[in-house]
Write a protein that binds this ligand. Structure first.
Ligand code: SF4
Ligand code: SF4
Length: 144
């Protein structure tokens, strides 16, 4: 069953030149009451568009918004399994653990190191915004 609870995901969009010229993001916000935070955007020389964004709203609105994008020929990838941590950059400061609700990032009480369990990650993107050294990254699969 689709609930009305708050929902947030990072997704990757790939769209054709005719879609580039349409106000799809504006429509998404206006028609489905969704908010979005564009993390990366690029138009290729052939004018195809690639975008990674965090999309948030009520779960039922989120699903309607995704259907709307797909009906307009936009291909969508979930980037949940593409959240990664640069192990060399992470200082284990722990800031991200306070924001990671599924406890994908959590402090090991013995070693005082921050552990990252990607199997619990919902790709909410919070850690990518809070990390002071940008160790947490959201990347689409493929050559975005
Ligand atoms: S906020 Fe960044 S540096 Fe700090 S523990 Fe998390 S990933 Fe590591
Ligand atoms: S994106 Fe970061 S904060 Fe969000 S669930 Fe995954 S590891 Fe936790």
């Amino acid at each position: 069953m689709v609930s009305s609870k708050h929902y947030s995901k990072i997704i990757s969009l790939h769209f054709s030149p005719d879609v580039v010229r349409r106000p799809m993001m504006y429509n998404l916000a206006k028609q489905f009451d969704l908010t979005f935070n564009i993390l990366k955007a690029r138009i290729s020389p052939r004018e195809e568009g690639h975008m990674i964004l965090e999309l948030s709203g009520k779960e039922e609105d989120y699903k309607k918004g995704i259907s709307y994008l797909q009906e307009h020929g936009i291909s969508i990838q979930d980037v949940a399994q593409s959240i990664s941590r640069d192990e060399d950059s992470c200082t284990h400061c722990g800031m991200c653990t306070a924001l990671c609700l599924p406890r994908s990032l959590c402090l090991d009480q013995v070693t005082r190191k921050v552990l990252f369990d990607i199997s619990k990650c919902t790709a909410c993107g919070m850690c990518t915004r809070i990390c002071p050294v940008e160790a947490m990254n959201a990347e689409a699969n493929g050559d975005f």
